[in-house]
Design a protein around this ligand. Structure first.
Ligand code: NZQ
Ligand code: ZN
Length: 393
């Protein structure tokens, strides 16, 4: 097991009606002037924004709203949010929604605490943030895990790059998780979430190390999501299934399922490039490339994929290579059973692409050939290109 530091300080408040505790939680973490950050309007339609505003008003907390975070949120929009936070003199940023709203809230919290530094310097890696305003999250979709993660992902429209910033400053002070708030989700978004939750664990699980405790937690999480995901897709009002997905979503991306290993995250990097170029949903970007990635890297350590097939999918027949391939196919079949795309042609936002586009994707994903991705098998620009080509059917 490699050395690690594990910090997961977010106070999780889970269950029905927990959004009614928003004001008390904000007060506990020192907020008095609250900027409410949300997405495209689902929380207006569901009445959630109204409920939260009322609770804050009753607690005499001063509030301002900042909506409009797009799925695949942009740095340009977050910059406007920083401006608004500064004008309003916000001392607490509350993200209400999914990864897009919460990541925008995190970016505003970092930007407002360092008004002389442009967000692109932090998200481009030129500077490390040293302080941030406190944030909280009210979650409405189980997927990105941003409610407890140390990461925030933005697309810089000017450069076309979609990149994450990892920093413990990004950890929200609290996360309100009421599974009933996810009942209004479209089935497609539930399925995207199932893929993303699995992928946060898979992108950690497939690394060069073996750590029994961590691996066993990861496998249990994957089995849970595989059991409950299809139930949630069939009935978004199934409290048990939506609860399990919600908790799995947080545990999958707060660091727990990868402790003691280096992580891989190649599939996330491959997917971010697809979302940046084609604006496809994050979960769909991941299922689109996962099988092509797995087939390209499996030979690096077939025994790892065989263990995955046995412990996650319950497969037993055949030698290590056969099992490894069967586990990959089972994963692809599972995604397809949720109507999630597993190739470019199955993804309506993408479609089969010309050779030049595949090369361009690989060039961008490798930061113009300056970085490799992954650890299970380290992938350079050419290897990245071959994976995109493998998914291009
Ligand atoms: O914008 P609104 O109107 O709220 O609609 C959203 C959006 O269209 C809708 N939605 C959310 N909750 C709903 C709802 N519709 C009805 N009822 C509800 N209860 O669902 C759509 C997707 O929302 P979004 O926030 O984009 O989803 P998700 O949580 O999947 O977040 C995706 C973003 O998070 C990033 C992704 O790259 C992507 O940009 N990620 C963030 C991570 C992090 N911060 O740790 C890690 C992830 O790997 C991921 O990269
Ligand atoms: Zn993800």
């Amino acid at each position: 097991m490699q050395s690690f530091t594990y910090l997961s300080p977010t106070e999780v408040v889970f269950g029905k009606d927990t959004e009614l505790q928003t004001a008390a939680l904000i007060r506990r973490y020192g907020g008095s002037r609250i900027l409410l950050v949300y997405g495209g309007g689902s929380i207006l339609r569901s009445g959630l924004l109204n409920r939260i505003q009322q609770v804050l008003e009753e607690a005499h907390l001063t509030q301002e709203v900042f909506g409009g975070a797009k799925a695949n949120p942009t740095m340009e929009h977050a910059r406007e949010g920083v401006k608004k936070a500064l004008e309003f003199q916000a001392d607490f940023i509350l993200g209400i929604g999914g990864g897009s709203a919460i990541d925008t809230a995190k970016a505003i919290a970092i930007g407002a605490a360092a008004p002389d530094t442009d967000l692109s310097e932090f998200w481009g890696g030129a500077k490390k943030p040293v302080t941030a305003l406190p944030t909280g999250a009210v979650l409405t979709i189980s997927a990105a895990g941003s409610e407890t993660s140390n990461s925030a992902v933005l697309t810089n429209l000017a450069t076309g790059a979609k990149r994450g910033l990892s920093s413990d400053l990004n950890r929200p002070r609290f996360a309100i998780m009421n599974p009933e708030l996810t009942y209004t989700l479209p089935v497609y978004q539930v399925a995207c979430g199932v893929v993303d939750i699995m992928m946060h664990t898979l992108d950690r699980y497939f690394n060069p190390t073996e750590n029994e405790m961590t691996d066993a937690i990861a496998e249990a999480l994957l089995r849970t999501v595989i059991a409950k995901g299809p139930v949630a897709v069939r009935d978004t009002h199934d409290y048990d299934a939506m609860s399990e997905l919600m908790w799995a979503g947080s545990l999958s991306h707060n660091g727990l399922t990868g402790l003691g290993g280096p992580g891989d995250f190649a599939v996330h990097q491959l997917g971010h490039e697809l979302s940046a170029m084609f604006d496809t949903a994050h979960g769909a970007s991941l299922s689109t490339v996962w099988e092509a990635w797995a087939l390209a890297v499996c030979d690096a350590k077939p025994s790892r994929f065989a263990r995955y097939a046995r412990n996650v999918w319950g497969l037993t027949e055949g030698d290590e290579d056969t099992l490894a391939r069967a586990g990959i196919k089972a994963t692809g079949d599972f995604f397809r059973s949720l109507s999630m795309p597993t190739s470019f042609s199955e993804n309506p936002d993408i479609g089969v692409q010309a050779e030049t586009v595949l090369r361009d994707l690989a060039h961008r994903c490798s930061n113009q050939g300056r970085r490799t991705i992954g650890s299970f098998r380290v992938l350079d620009e050419e290897a990245i290109y071959l994976i995109y080509r493998g998914a291009n059917y």
